[in-house]
Design a protein around this ligand. Structure first.
Ligand code: COA
Length: 415
């Protein structure tokens, strides 16, 4: 079966996490992704957080599936010529260098346009134009600058960053959408264009509801679904809401059986209004269904702490899976707190290809997260990441270089 992006060639100048997540997705959708790396070293993540000596790290292998690797010294004059040939042959150049690095290599937007006016040049940067545009940025910098850290954690503690890599992988996702959109527009215009996804912008996009709340706070001074209501106080900025749910349906994380020894024996419980009577029945508080202090969502808001304490008395008598099973029978929304170990072992995720076991020539078998986006006409087959420079000769031959020329370029240190 064909793939959605068959025929699309990507010149992949990405490294670390944000850019590689983007090009990995495009590769899973069928694009031919040619990753350009520095000879001898490659993407720095190949050697970061290694668990096996001299073997590509999981950090690298899990972000670079289905790509080809070529090594080119882009500061070598002959290496630059090889890069020019690649620019002429590819549809998209994706990069996440520090600001200005591509220009310093000699590949300005104008130069790339001269070489290939159809080329789309897609970049991840830490910040968009403004006071911080020249800064180098990593995941947690973006989480802090994009509003995630100030709104995450508990009111009486410091800002907290999330385990979800919303700055890196989140921005990679944004960039991938920008690229396919630009490819679509090119079918009408015949022209390439620049695509920019700034990590601060990507994080802020995912924190949209918090900017909503800032404006509600500015107008009214309180937000009744936040744990600060009614006993705490609100300041000028959106506070950290602990585990309160972002929407209008109050929720909290509650202990389950075994919480004393298992750090993940918890469940997220949502007191969704339409199932309130069922919740009261399940936890043995039938009288709350009609009591004036508890019967309506508005009446419940000042009592949420007591309500969750009472529900927790019930959840503590069940494992998170037992609670999940019982509550779902009554359509009560809830979610067990799953550990990475439990997720890795979950058979249904293996079945759907969301968790995949991959074989690698030097590492052996390892688990990865497969393509989370499933297309019915473009199935994803997860293939191992390339070894450093594994496809240099193959790609050079496709560009029209003879074996003698390839060998001369190698001697010159260009590839
Ligand atoms: C991630 C980041 C902080 C890393 O910074 P870094 O390790 O210093 O790497 P840089 O991107 O600055 O690139 C370093 C140099 O390698 C050079 N280089 C890269 N590939 C090369 C190659 N194949 N051959 C020769 N030189 C190469 C670059 O030209 C650059 O040189 P210059 O600084 O002399 O112009 C930075 O790239 C960045 O801010 N990226 C944008 C935001 C981002 O994506 N952050 C998330 C990372 S997960």
């Amino acid at each position: 079966m064909g793939k959605a992006l068959d025929g699309v060639r990507i010149l992949d100048f990405t490294h670390v996490q944000s850019g590689p997540t983007c090009t990995q997705l495009l590769a899973w959708f069928g694009a031919d992704v040619i990753k350009v790396e520095r000879a001898g070293a490659g993407d720095i993540t190949r050697e970061q957080l290694r668990d096996i000596p001299d073997v590509d790290s999981l950090y690298f292998t899990m972000l670079n599936h289905n790509k080809r690797s070529v090594t080119i010294d882009t500061k070598n004059p002959e290496g630059k010529l090889v890069l020019e040939a690649l620019i002429q042959k590819c549809d998209v150049l994706v990069e996440n260098f520090a600001p200005g690095a591509l220009d310093r290599m000699g590949f300005t937007w104008e130069r790339i346009q001269e070489l290939n006016p159809r080329m789309i040049v897609a970049s991840v940067k830490g910040f968009g134009p403004g006071p911080y545009e020249d800064c180098k940025v990593y995941e947690n910098v973006a989480q802090c600058a994009g509003g995630a850290a100030s709104t995450t954690g508990f009111d009486d503690g410091p800002p907290v960053v999330s385990g979800a890599q919303i700055g890196d992988s989140g921005t990679g996702l944004h960039l991938a959408l920008g690229i396919v959109t630009a490819l679509y527009q090119r079918t009408q215009t015949g022209r390439g264009q620049r695509v920019l996804a700034a990590m601060q912008d990507g994080v802020l996009n995912l924190c949209r509801v918090k900017l909503r709340d800032q404006q509600r706070l500015d107008r009214t001074g309180i937000m009744k679904e936040y744990p600060q209501y009614p006993n705490g106080s609100f300041g000028e900025a959106v506070p950290r809401a602990g585990n309160a749910s972002g929407g209008g349906q109050p929720g909290w994380i509650l202990k389950c059986k075994g919480w004393e020894t298992d750090p993940n024996a918890y469940i997220y419980f949502i007191t969704q209004a339409p199932v309130w009577a069922k919740i009261c029945n399940v936890i043995g508080k039938e009288e709350w269904a009609t009591h004036p202090d508890y019967a309506t969502p508005a009446a419940r808001l000042p009592h949420l702490k007591d309500i969750f304490a009472e529900i927790e008395r019930w959840t503590m008598t069940k494992t998170k899976f037992e609670a999940m099973q019982i509550l779902n029978k009554y359509d009560i929304p809830c979610g067990p707190i799953l550990s990475m170990k439990e997720i890795a072992e979950e058979p249904s995720l293996r079945k759907t290809g969301t968790i995949v076991e991959v074989d690698h020539p030097t590492r052996g078998k390892y688990l990865t997260v497969g393509n989370p986006i499933k297309l019915s006409d473009s199935p994803t087959e997860v293939k191992r990441s390339p070894l450093l420079g594994e496809h240099t000769d193959e790609v050079m031959a496709e560009l029209g270089y003879s074996p003698e020329q390839i060998s001369a370029l190698r001697t010159a240190g260009a590839i």
